[in-house]
Design a protein around this ligand. Structure first.
Ligand code: FPP
Length: 630
């Protein structure tokens, strides 16, 4: 395994990255990781390139944001002086987080670092919730809040380091071909979770010592007051960078304590030998770091300690050779390589970030193109600006359609399922990215028992048919709704479809099953309130974007076009949060009679609408007809 000092364009191309901006973002994350996370950077170099760059993005983005927020405080920067811990830095951080959340919802990054981070999250299916812990760490850093007790300090370690460590383990397991969420790892192997916690405490304590001089630059003391009191160290001496004997004793004692934690926490042996080599090297480097710290405690007050070069190389050179051998003998199922051209048939020319790189896991599956409509109809060509990103449909009129034909209402729902498959093919043909359909609302429980029974029988069957028909097309299925009252086979069918298609990027089909808009908002508010009480979120930082990440499908973008079939003209508690600015279109046609041509026609009508979002029109409006399309 070669480790070029500065990765070349070819290196990034081998990771499937051709976009120059994206490469710049990864490079910024790499540089920040190398400077501020020397050990993590050294270990990242033991990984194959796709995992290596993912590590840089997940770790380095945090460092980059930290630097950006600080840079503006530097002399000549826009606000204040170096070391200011006032609202300027906090506001800049919140602005970055808000921009990130907006970018994540759109599936694209508007600056290179955000682009790299979102790219890694999409590539490895990292849920956005994971980032909250990172943001929390940044917030604590910016506010410079000093913990009073060890207990409080340890809570921070649990909140910040443990989720990160478990996320890293889950990423490695996923790369090894096993899907394991961090919570499942922690719940399934309690002793492993304990080991993680102990190791995380050791890492957090070491980092607190190593980062001391940077933190003092901001008048922040990263150790609990209790630790200072126990050692007889005065905060004022620390801030004045006075290396008292008490300070030196405290550092040696804490370094010893961290080393004991590392020794007491045999990290679980994992499946791949190279992963074990990486873990061992990581802990060995931390031990070396602790020795460096304990050897020269006074220096910590002035600079971050550098690992001694020769000892570092004595650890790293054999680790690199062993890791290269292990990767060579036991390659991960996911191998680096340029992704195939992911452009869906009929997609508009300009692709967003989500489309630029297909997740690596999905690269191995051949994606089949959608089947053309039997009539030979082709999708209209819409310009990128006129193209809705998200179409949501209330599939109404199934029952009446069936009754008018002397059939059972359940036959209407079955026919509705077939109409949906055709519409999905049409959505792929035209290059739509998000299609959301209302399949069963929380209000639908008021229907007669026999119809409910028929629906609960039809929905899982319809889902499995839908999944069979659309999985090969690269459609990603999401479920928005609540579990309460749904039979197990319905929730299983939904969850199976989500799992089977989680790496797909062609079109996201969100199925609203047991969904109610107000319930969604109320549930989100309840979760947010719980997080606020547990101090996982600062109530002062709750923005629209912060709120939206508590919704059923946080990544769901705003609805551009909301379509309802079956003749009624209301929105019926469907996506009230996401559809605030949606263009509405009502069709008389009952859903089972709808096909992809109706979707295309509706999208053409949308393209002629002038969207104002409360301001002046951007595109001149042209007359549209709001009647049925057939
Ligand atoms: C509304 O029509 C439709 C529904 C309540 C169910 C929609 C379900 C499907 C189309 C089945 C496919 C679903 C999946 C997830 C594969 P209605 O019964 O209210 O019709 P009406 O207004 O004529 O009575």
């Amino acid at each position: 395994m070669r480790h070029p000092a500065v990765p070349t364009t070819r290196f990034y191309q081998r990771c499937g990255i051709r976009d120059a901006d994206l490469r710049r973002g990864y490079e910024a994350c790499r540089r920040a990781t190398r400077t501020q996370g020397e050990i993590e950077y050294a270990v990242s170099l033991l990984m194959p390139p796709p995992l290596r760059i993912a590590t840089w993005a997940l770790l380095g983005a945090g460092y980059c944001v930290d630097n950006l927020v600080d840079a503006a405080d530097a002399p000549g920067g826009e606000i204040g002086s170096t070391g200011e811990a006032g609202p300027g830095r906090a506001e800049r951080l919140e602005a970055w987080i808000s921009a990130f959340e907006a970018d994540l919802r759109d599936g694209r990054g508007t600056d290179p670092v955000r682009k790299a981070l979102i790219h890694t999250m999409l590539t490895w299916n990292v849920p956005p919730g994971f980032l909250h812990t990172q943001f929390e760490e940044l917030r604590q850093d910016v506010h410079g809040k000093q913990c009073a007790t060890w207990q409080e300090w340890r809570r921070n370690s649990q909140l910040i380091v443990v989720p990160f460590a478990l996320r890293a383990a889950s990423l490695l397991l996923r790369a090894a071909g096993l899907s394991a969420e961090p919570e499942a790892i922690a719940a399934g192997v309690p002793e492993a979770a304990m080991a993680w916690q102990t190791a995380a405490d050791a890492v957090y304590l070491t980092d607190s010592l190593v980062d001391l001089s940077d933190d003092l630059d901001r008048d922040h003391v990263p150790l609990p007051q209790e630790a200072l009191d126990e050692a007889g160290v005065r905060r004022v001496d620390l801030l004045a960078r006075r290396a008292t004997p008490a300070f030196e004793d405290m550092v040696r004692h804490l370094a010893d304590r961290a080393r004991t934690c590392l020794d007491r926490a045999p990290l679980p042996r994992v499946l791949h030998p190279a992963v074990s080599i990486a873990f061992d090297t990581y802990t060995d480097l931390y031990r070396l770091c602790l020795k460096t710290v304990a050897d020269a405690p006074a220096a910590l007050l002035h600079r971050r300690p550098a690992l001694p070069r020769s000892a570092r190389l004595r650890l790293l050179l054999p680790a690199r050779a062993k890791a290269a051998l292990a990767w060579g003998l036991f390659p991960f199922p996911i191998q680096p390589g340029p992704p195939p051209d992911p452009v869906p048939v009929g997609a508009p020319g300009k692709l967003g970030l989500a489309e630029e790189v297909r997740p690596l896991a999905a690269q191995r599956r051949p994606i089949v193109p959608p089947t053309p409509h039997p009539s030979g109809a082709r999708p209209p060509k819409l310009t990128a600006e006129a193209m809705p990103r998200h179409v949501a449909i209330v599939m109404d009129g199934n029952g009446r359609w069936a009754t008018n034909r002397g059939l059972a209402r359940s036959d209407g729902h079955r026919a509705g399922g077939e109409a949906l498959v055709d519409v999905v093919h049409g959505a792929l043909e035209i290059g739509l990215k998000h299609l959301t359909v209302y399949a069963f609302s929380t209000e639908n429980w008021k229907r007669p028992a026999d119809e409910l029974l028929a629906l609960m029988d039809e929905i899982p069957k319809g889902l499995r048919r839908l999944a069979n028909d659309t999985e090969p097309l690269g459609v990603r299925v999401r479920w928005a709704g609540v579990r309460a009252r749904l039979p197990a086979d319905v929730t299983e069918a939904l969850e199976d479809a989500e799992r089977a298609t989680r790496d797909h990027t062609g079109l996201t089909l969100t199925l609203c099953v047991n969904y109610g808009g107000r319930t969604e908002i109320a549930t989100a508010a309840a979760k947010l309130a719980r997080d606020a009480v547990a101090r996982r979120i600062d109530p002062g930082s709750v923005s629209e974007h912060a709120f939206s990440r508590y919704l059923h499908v946080p990544e769901l973008p705003d609805v551009d076009l909301l379509l309802r079939t079956g003749g009624d003209q209301r929105t019926s508690n469907f996506l009230p949060w996401q559809a605030t600015y949606a263009e509405l279109l009502f069709l008389d046609t009952p859903w089972p009679d709808v096909d992809r041509r109706d979707l295309w026609h509706a999208m053409e009508q949308y393209a002629r609408r002038a969207r104002r979002y409360g301001s002046v029109p951007r595109i001149p409006a042209q007359p549209t007809t709001l009647t049925g399309l057939h």
